[in-house]
Write a protein that binds this ligand. Structure first.
Ligand SMILES: [Zn+2]
Ligand SMILES: [Zn+2]
Length: 578
């Protein structure tokens, strides 16, 4: 989101807050940030607000907007602000935080409305065009995302630079709703959640597991060509590893802790890199043995807050298709080109257009970044060079680098125009320092190495949520858990139908049969609902001709086919990942 849009959206949050206070006096405002696509305000409403009330609130917003001119800054002291927000426990708590952190305290006034805020608004209220925003829906939200806190009402709105963009966004969201992976995932029986197991801990069904494995196998097939080797690590570690890597501190809120019976402290791993460094460090390496490329698809665990969990997009058990390359700085360019190749081949198979963000250091705050400065300079230079030579559309993002590494972030655009961050390559100059990773170079000296982090899907759970919505559940043949279903018209054809299933299974096609005592029409509709790519109908005619009548998803009847021919046909599709 650019700054201008961010200012517009956040200003609209003020306007929303003002309208709610006007219509529901006594309500308490909590926080109102700009978000992707718009803004929201969390409010303890005096009374009740539901979706049906939104048009009235929207009208009030437009009315108030006419009386607004500028967002005037009011410099506050702790005392003046405490007095102003007396009776509002949320603002007082925010105030407390600002005071403890010794940050400056400001309020902003527009019209009669004043709100505690650090700034970031439109220059003039006239910059808010009344037809470029719209309230969308109401949801529950816990204060500070913690379910032990009071529940608030969150009112969401959309806002864009123009009415056209706003309308397009609303249409896109309608489409996205139909494709919601949480709904489709259940309908297609891909995954489930259990209250006994807990929130954010998805359980994958046989069908969902087929998709996960196919995706992971595909990544591995691409990596294998470039000399990657598989490794395996435990899911827990002693505290010592994370103290050394810096993760104990950095991840302290998200870390699942374990106390052993001997009173030792362990943790579930929130990432795999520190474990992998210890595989590299098991013995000294000659420069001739480099690069060492370790690939490892494994789960990591992060204690996300309950309010943040969402289907497969945000979970507590995350399967990463992780890989780390340990190499000399002189080998980095070639290694990253290889990873780049893997990423492009992989995402092309799903028709994702990729754009690139080059995340660099904030040059004003170089002290924030850990590790050898020369390596950092070199690392950034290499990433810039690679971005240029690959002729991909990219933008530089100063200040977006991780504290230990500059990054190439790949953004993929899905079939309904939404952008997702899909893959990252990080060039790490810090962890090799903290774990003292080196090789013995040509002169027989110790030489500091670097480490490349390269996940292709990132999180399989999140990537699956993106794919389900991208395809609206109609997976390409190679990825479909069930590729074909055989439908005998009557019991008379069961014998031939069984024979068909047997032959297809032998050929490696994932096939089911539906012998239920239902009409053919009903069975076809059922198979279509399951988005199965091929429906093979077996009636008297087909049985006699030792064939099947083929219905292809989204194309309809494509005629009678002998089994051999069907096997060849789908075989090509699977091989081409079409
Ligand atoms: Zn503000
Ligand atoms: Zn890593």
């Amino acid at each position: 989101m650019n700054e201008k849009l961010q200012h517009l959206r956040h200003s609209l949050a003020h306007l929303l807050g003002a309208a709610v206070l006007e219509l529901y006096p006594g309500s308490k405002l909590a926080i109102g940030p700009a978000i992707d696509g718009g803004f929201y305000y969390d409010i303890k409403v005096s009374g009740k607000i539901s979706d049906a009330d939104l048009p009235r609130i929207e009208t009030e917003m437009r009315k108030i907007l006419e009386s607004w001119n500028k967002f005037e800054e009011i410099k506050e002291t702790e005392e003046s602000a405490k007095k102003r927000y007396i009776g509002n426990p949320y603002k007082l708590e925010l105030l407390e935080d600002l005071a403890t952190k010794k940050e400056k305290i400001t309020s902003y006034q527009s019209g009669r409305f004043v709100d505690l805020c650090r700034g970031g608004h439109v220059k003039s209220a006239a910059d808010i065009k009344p037809d470029t925003f719209k309230l969308s829906h109401v949801a529950g939200a816990y204060w500070r995302g913690n379910e032990e806190n009071k529940q608030l009402t969150r009112i969401y709105g959309f806002a864009f630079e123009t009415k056209e963009k706003l309308d397009a966004h609303v249409v896109m969201l309608e489409e996205a709703k139909k494709r919601d992976h949480k709904k489709l995932g259940l309908e297609l029986d891909l995954f489930t959640f259990s209250d006994l197991v807990g929130g954010g801990l998805p359980l994958f069904t046989p069908k969902g597991t087929i998709i996960r494995n196919l995706l992971d196998d595909y990544v591995w097939e691409l990596r294998k060509k470039y000399g990657y080797q598989q490794v395996d690590i435990p899911h827990i570690t002693k505290r010592d590893l994370y103290e050394k890597s810096g993760h104990w501190d950095k991840f302290k809120d998200e870390l699942f802790h374990i106390k052993t019976r001997e009173d030792h402290e362990f943790a579930m791993k929130p990432m795999n890199c520190p474990h992998h460094t210890q595989i590299y460090a098991r013995k000294p390496h000659s420069y001739r043995e480099l690069p060492q490329r370790y690939a490892n698809t494994t789960k990591v665990y992060r204690d996300e807050q309950s309010g943040e969990l969402a289907g497969l997009s945000r979970v507590r058990s995350i399967t990463q298709d992780d890989a780390h390359v340990f190499c000399r700085i002189s080998q980095v360019e070639e290694e990253i080109q290889k990873i780049w190749g893997i990423i492009h081949t992989f995402y092309k198979s799903f028709d994702f257009n990729l754009e690139l963000r080059l995340s660099l250091r904030d040059t004003q705050n170089l002290e924030k970044y850990l590790g050898n400065k020369d390596h950092w300079d070199k690392a950034e230079e290499i990433l810039k060079k690679i971005a240029k030579t690959n002729k991909t559309k990219y933008e530089e993002a100063p200040g977006e680098a991780a504290f230990y590494a500059p990054k190439l972030d790949f953004m993929g655009t899905d079939s309904i125009g939404r952008q997702w961050q899909v893959a990252t390559i990080q060039l790490d100059v810090y962890m090799p320092e903290s774990f003292d990773l080196y090789c013995i170079n040509e002169k027989g000296e110790k030489e500091r190495i670097v480490m490349i982090h390269a996940a292709i899907m990132g999180s399989i759970e999140r990537f699956m949520s993106v794919l389900i919505e991208h395809y609206a559940g109609s997976f390409p043949v190679w990825l479909s858990p069930v590729q074909a279903v055989v439908l005998p018209i009557t019991d008379q054809q069961n014998k031939w139908a069984d024979k068909v299933v047997e032959q297809l299974k032998k050929a490696g096609i994932r096939v089911e049969i539906n012998k239920d005592n239902e009409t053919l029409g009903k069975k076809i509709r059922e198979a279509e609902k399951q988005k199965i790519p091929y429906i093979l109908i077996v009636g008297e005619k087909e049985a006699k001709a030792k064939s099947v009548a083929v219905r292809q998803r989204s194309k309809g009847n494509i005629g009678l086919m002998k089994i051999d021919k069907f096997i060849k046909h789908t075989g090509t599709e699977v091989a081409d990942k079409k």
